[in-house]
Design a protein around this ligand. Sequence first.
Ligand code: DON
Length: 397
Amino acid sequence: MVYIAIPRQFLNSAYILTAFQHVITVPHVPRVAAENKILDPQAHSLQSLPSRQCYPPHPLSTHQIPVNPAPPPANSDWVSTGHLPTQSVVQQLVEAAHQRFAGVGEGEVADYIPALAAANPDHFGICIAASDGQLVAAGQAEQPFSIQSISKPFLFALICQAIGEDAAKEKLGVNSTGLPFNSVLAVERSGEVLSNPMVNAGAIAATSLAPGDSAAAKWAFIEAGFSRFAGRPLTIDATVYASERATNQSNVGIANLLSAQERLWFDPEISTDLYTRQCSLSITTRDLALMAATLGNGGRQPVSGDQVVDPVICQHVLAVMVTAGLYETSGDWLYDTGLPGKSGVSGGMITVIPGKGGLATYSPPLDGAGNSVRGQLTAQFLSERLGLNLFASRPAV
Ligand code: DON
């Protein structure tokens, strides 16, 4: 009898087994009966798998391997699922996180938008919304604040839904810049490689793509879409809006540069103003948890049941959040949490847990990249303790 060590993942591959079925005897793994079948080690029964192409043929192939050329179905059932631990476990850990990080004194409250400087640095709210709409919160989860850059993934989702995700990708790009959110250098460079809608330039360009041929029509689209994500009518924080409007010359400059590069699809000043309004929408940590949970729930708002965007759009939005949601420190974030996230300069943060729900935090002191210090610590702690990291696995045998 001959034993050859083959990594477990290859044992699930029909063509390898087909190629070697005459020479390998693998203990305890029954031979695959037909293409696209694997053994479910739990159930000890054969399960169907979606067909997969393999190009080029695996180098171990010694003869023509039959592969089914049909691509996986577009609306595949093979998606992220699961659930959070029980509500009492989640509650216990959310409270533990609040207690643990409330005393952290690092970070600075943003003041380049003067109204934001008035935020109380001690405010600290945490909320988790499960995909079934159950909520768990601690601290100031009902404190209103302006959404700021956390608006960006939701705007991108609405634009993808309106013009199609392929057109949105082609116009806005989905590549990380590795540079700060307001970088002008990134705009100049993005003639070569398009950046993404999580930074200011990409978000202003996305805003310009909102349906409608007037500022009012575009705003109606944006306001309605955000309210559907939150499950309640959202309104602007007039003080923050006036303050940012009076000081956002740099965003106006970015919009003009985009316009000169023919990468803006509406008037630069109006586009910047619409973007500023959307950043000034007033939300709470609880709202954000439900908005994040909507992105993690195939686009369906867990409480209202409203299908805000298509499931496939959520998966693309989450991909861009992974690469660029925390700007130049997105890699650190992903390493620590293993989840898509998005921050805002008012101190809010969202973390999406695909298939399971959404986490939101509010704590105004920020690190040098503009991301909430306590928010990042909380997301890392809860990702570890609640077992949320998308990359975590353990050997099955
Ligand atoms: O455009 C700006 O500068 C703000 N309205 C939003 C920036 C922001 O939230 C960056 N995030 N951390």
